[in-house]
Structures are given as C-alpha cells and as structure tokens.
Design a protein. Structure first.
Length: 210
C-alpha cells in the first residue's frame, strides 16, 4: 500500500476538522502559558486551506497538496503558528516533490523534513517544551517502524502515538522557547499547545489513511 494525492487531501481535510473540534481546548492550553490565540489562529488557517483543495489541478501530487497548505498557513495565520506550521508543510512538500505515491520511507522523509523545518524556523530542540517535543518522537518512531518493515499506515500510527505521548510529556517540562519561557517554573504542569495541535494533525494523517 502506498499513499497518493487522495490521502494527502483527506489528511488536510481531517486535520481541519480536528483543529476545529479542538479549537477551544487549544485556546485554553495557550491561554495558560501563552497568549491564547493558538486554536483560533490554526482554525482560521485550515479553514482557509479547504477551498483551495477544491481548486487543485487533477494531476496534483501529494507534495502539491502540502505546498498549498504551507503557503496558505504562512499567509493567513498570525503569531508563531503560521510560520512554524507553514514551514513544516513547505519542507515536507519539498521532501516528496514530484512523487505520485508515498511509501513508508517517503513518509519518514516527509515527517523528518517537517520537523527539521520547525527546528530551522523556531530554533527549538527536544526538551524546550514546544511542538518539537511532539515532532521529534514522531519522526523517531516512524523511522523505527519503517525500518522494521511496517506499512504506511503503521508508520503513521507509530508517529501519531509517539507525538501524543510527547505532547503529554511537555506538561512536566520548563519552557525554554516562546512566550511560555517567561513563566519559568510556572509553566510546569501545563501542556504545550503546539505539541498538542501537532499530535492532533498527525493523528488525522492516520485516520485519512484508513
């Protein structure tokens, strides 16, 4: 089984649904340690993406789909979310550019490029209490699954499960990047909203592959 453009489109549509469903939760998480706009901004961005999916040419590749997401998020989402998620999607689209089908190895390349894009843009690393704390374990788990011979959906499941665990683990961390870093020890006990939204988006990728 490989994943094509239909999967990429379904992933984006499901991600938009999930972000909308969890908008208030993400706003609350961000209000506790940030400026409270994470859920609203992401919801606005993914809502803006949806009509552009309908306008994609019939010969679009998965990379083309992700590039549309990237450019839309960068142009419509305020705060840090737009540049960070936009760069993730942009680098992911470049990693699979021109491919009509994505296999397990291609998924690892996609996820790794997305993570590295966030690192490049945000200058954060694992342990800083950011979305990287969801993306890095996701990449590591995906790579291990692919190496063991897992199929595409199993690779995505491994990534999503690791991202979810990583998001939960941010609750015990002291923030070293972003607005939450100003809180010092007071940020302990609160989940990073970017890590949580990243986990939601990666879970949407699994659901789209069913």
């Amino acid at each position: 089984m490989t994943l094509g453009t239909d999967w990429a489109v379904a992933w984006v549509r499901r991600a938009a649904e999930v972000i909308a469903e969890h908008r208030v939760e993400l706003i609350t998480l961000d209000r506790e340690i940030g400026d409270g706009d994470h859920g609203e901004n992401l919801d606005r961005g993914f809502t803006a993406v949806l009509p552009k999916l309908d306008a994609l040419p019939g010969d679009s590749t998965p990379g083309d789909v992700l590039k549309v997401v990237a450019t839309t998020l960068i142009s419509t989402v305020g705060g840090a979310s737009g540049p960070l998620f936009g760069t993730a999607y942009l680098k992911a689209s470049g990693a699979i550019a021109g491919r009509a089908e994505i296999d397990a190895t291609g998924l690892v390349e996609l996820l790794t490029a997305a993570r590295d894009g966030v690192v490049l843009r945000g200058k954060a690393e694992a342990g800083d209490k950011t979305m990287i704390d969801a993306w890095t374990p996701a990449v590591d788990a995906a790579a291990a699954a692919a190496e063991s011979g897992s199929d595409e959906r199993e690779v995505l499941e491994a990534a999503a499960a690791a991202a979810e665990a990583g998001a939960v683990a941010t609750e015990s961390l002291v923030a070293h990047k972003g607005r939450a870093s100003y809180l010092g020890e007071r940020a302990v006990g609160h989940r990073d909203p970017g890590a949580q939204s990243s986990a939601l988006i990666l879970r949407a990728a699994v659901e789209a592959a069913r």
